[in-house]
Ligand binder design. Structure first.
Ligand code: ADP
Ligand code: MG
Length: 682
């Protein structure tokens, strides 16, 4: 970047120390920061025919005052000023809140220009700008910027104007001319100008289009470069698995693999054999059969003479996986073991020793697996289930165990493609997009909370057929204590309701591992018919006889999470049901419940979730690794994202990109990010 652009804002006339401090609060330090401080919307001063204006849209109209203004004070300091205004052939109402001083300007028969929000149903404009006289149109559009501290709208507009007129000519093109031509993009400087000083909507649209593409292209270049370097610089293991043995194992499974499972297994096996290090994300909806795939991969690694590890987020899951893997792998002479934090003392010591001596082939556990004291003899493959629950740091420690093991991250939360290629852009992705045959979809209903009696009646009907059910109480994030209390209350209610007819169990995060295991075993053995639980059972739990699930306060969960929970039923041959108890207040809330009842496809739900909640919230917490863009919006600009991704992967693999003059600016962007120096992105 030109040195003049990195000068402090105080170089501009009219910006002193004090203003600079306020600008710094808005993260504006340099001239370039000012130039890149783009508006978040535009005020539209075009006069328009009200018939063409949508409800809630902002509008500017010119009209004649048709009635004496009426001024009403209420709630102590608040006021409402109302007039009738004749706009062309319409007689509408205009309201100004808390601007009583405007009254003298609104004499009958005066011509005024009003800007505000149009309420189509009430034929009313809620005004926030008033000019007396006919419209003195200076501009059609004015940019509206986010403000902080002492900076006013007028001020920021002035500063940006100044910056652009003095330094705008220094804004350099970053994209190769061929790209600008191919996509008919504005040049960078013109795009900046159009963002800040547009003549019309089309200007803004073209400017955004250019900047969005640039932003996505930079971003994709970084992650693709990272992926390339990781591939080429981290030497992995060549795992020469024994195909005949592996085939024997696959034939021993009680079912034929689905085509999707076969495809994914092949992708994984190819990675194992290659000298590159596997860094793969495996996505598959709940019940799509990821465990079988994991077992095959682990066995392959063992036949190649290596050890494998499977890491899961909860102890319940670890136990369950250990059990099913043992059942599958024991007959093939594979030694599986379970390691959790509740395995202590002598037993733990022995286990760790065996592991270090290579007497254990496959280790299953929680994050206890990545502690320092755990040493493998010859670790070849690490698989994590539900990886997004592990932090970035844990993922790194995991990858650094042993001698560059291959790593497979499995998740049942389908990640929308836009997020997958941004957040996990440096990984290879495999998708199981097919369910085993004969699986019935879970019928889902939405009931208001006051229908609880009828819902319980329905549950009882299922129980009478010999089935079991889950009742889920929501996780109240701020307080685990409240959560647990909530679950205890529901447990009491239901114990009372089912009296001596059925037994009701309770599961929550405050139970210790032994207690949890005991409850789970009782439920599996059908000693309990109903299990009241917080979301601790969200992932992986497998009790095929459970056919009904009731979810309290369902509106509090994300769609993907509801889908996860719902995946606990419908695991056997019987028709299963899920009932969402919810009284959502907002339209979005209602829409979400409706989508749940209509869609059984986890990928569709995840796309919807992203659309309704936005990328930041998708993983249910902040700092989830979702990048923030200045102009681009991952959801709405997904086409540009795809294009940029394709262009980036082409460039990264092409020779001229690394040498050509026209790509110098792009290479500089990469240099700035540190990727070329082998640093990691986070
Ligand atoms: P998830 O992907 O949710 O981890 P699981 O691996 O737990 O799914 O599989 C769910 C159920 O489907 C298990 O009972 C498993 O035995 C069964 N299953 C897996 N693959 C197949 C298949 N190809 N055909 C039939 N059933 C299968
Ligand atoms: Mg699973």
């Amino acid at each position: 970047m030109n040195d003049n652009l990195t000068q402090a804002v105080t170089i501009l006339k009219g910006i002193g120390e004090e203003t600079a401090e306020s600008l710094a609060e808005m993260k504006i330090h340099t001239v370039n920061d000012l130039l890149e401080y783009f508006p978040y919307r535009y005020e539209d001063y075009r006069l328009r025919d009200l018939a063409e204006v949508n409800h809630d849209e902002r509008v500017t109209v010119e009209g004649k005052v048709h009635s004496e203004p009426s001024l009403v004070y209420y709630a102590k300091k608040k006021s409402r000023l109302t007039i009738r205004l004749l706009v062309g052939r319409y007689l509408i109402q205009v309201v100004f809140f808390n601007q009583p001083y405007l009254k003298p300007k609104l004499a009958i028969n005066e011509t005024v220009t009003v800007t505000g929000k149009w309420d189509q149903h009430r034929q009313t404009i809620t005004g926030n700008e008033l000019n007396t006289g006919p419209c003195k149109k200076v501009k059609d559009f004015e940019p509206v910027y986010a403000l902080k501290g002492k900076i006013t709208m007028k001020g920021i507009r002035k500063f940006i104007n100044l910056a652009f007129h003095q330094y705008g000519h220094l804004i350099e093109e970053t994209l190769p001319e061929a790209f600008v031509k191919k996509y008919r993009l504005l040049h960078r400087r013109d795009a900046y100008r159009a963002m800040h000083f547009p003549m019309d909507q089309e200007d803004v649209k073209q400017a955004r289009r250019r900047l969005v593409y640039e932003e996505f292209l930079f971003f994709q270049l970084k992650i693709q470069a990272l992926r390339k370097f990781e591939r080429e610089h981290s030497l992995g293991l060549e795992q020469h698995y024994q195909l005949p043995q592996l085939k024997g194992f696959i034939d021993s499974l009680p079912f034929p693999l689905t085509n999707a499972q076969k495809r994914v297994v092949n992708e994984i096996l190819k990675d194992l054999k290659s000298p590159y290090r596997m860094n793969r994300l495996l996505q598959g909806d709940v019940g799509s059969g990821k465990t079988a795939v994991a077992a095959i991969a682990l066995y392959a690694s063992v036949t190649a003479g290596f050890q494998g590890a499977l890491m899961v987020p909860t102890e319940i899951l670890a136990e369950q996986h250990a059990e099913s893997l043992k059942e599958m792998l024991d007959p093939f002479g594979v030694r599986c073991a379970l390691l959790t934090s509740s395995i202590k003392g002598k037993h733990r010591k022995e286990l760790l020793l065996q592991l270090a001596q290579g007497e254990i082939d496959v280790l299953i556990g929680t994050h206890a697996l990545i502690q320092d004291e755990v040493t493998f003899d010859k670790l070849g493959l690490v698989i994590t289930d539900e990886q997004h629950r592990f932090g970035v740091e844990q993922r790194r420690v995991l990858r650094e165990k042993g001698e560059n093991p291959d790593v497979l991250f499995m998740t049942a939360t389908p990640i929308p493609r836009t997020l997958a290629i941004t957040v996990f852009g440096e990984m290879d992705v495999s998708i199981i997009d097919e369910m085993p045959q004969g699986r019935k979809t879970v019928e889902t209903y939405w009931a208001k909370q006051d229908m609880l009696d009828r819902v319980l009646g329905f549950v009882e009907k299922e129980l009478r057929k010999g089935r079991q059910g889950y009742v889920i109480c929501p996780l109240i994030e701020e307080s685990e204590k409240l959560d647990v209390q909530n679950a205890i209350d529901v447990h009491n209610t239901l114990t009372h309701y089912f009296q001596n007819r059925y037994k009701v169990g309770l599961m929550h995060g405050r139970l210790n591992a032994g207690e949890k295991e005991a409850v789970m075993n009782e439920f599996k053995a059908n000693d309990l018919q109903v299990l009241v639980s917080t979301t601790v059972i969200e992932v992986g739990v497998n009790v095929p006889n459970a056919t009904i699930m009731v979810i309290y306060d369902a509106e509090r969960f994300g769609l993907s999470q509801l889908h996860q929970l719902r995946g606990r039923v419908g695991r056997g041959g019987e028709q299963s049901y899920c009932i969402l108890l919810a009284d959502p207040k907002s339209d979005v809330g209602k829409e979400r419940m409706k989508i749940m009842t209509e869609t059984a496809d986890g990928f569709v739900l995840s796309e919807k979730d992203l659309e309704l909640r936005g990328p930041g919230d998708f993983f249910g917490r902040k700092q989830s690794g979702v990048p923030e863009f200045k102009v681009a919006d991952m959801v709405h600009d997904y086409r540009a994202l795809e294009t940029a991704r394709n262009d980036a992967s082409y460039l990264i693999e092409s020779e001229e990109f690394w040498k050509g003059e026209e790509y110098m600016q792009l290479r500089r962007e990469l240099e700035k990010s540190g990727v070329l120096a082998g640093e990691k992105l986070d």
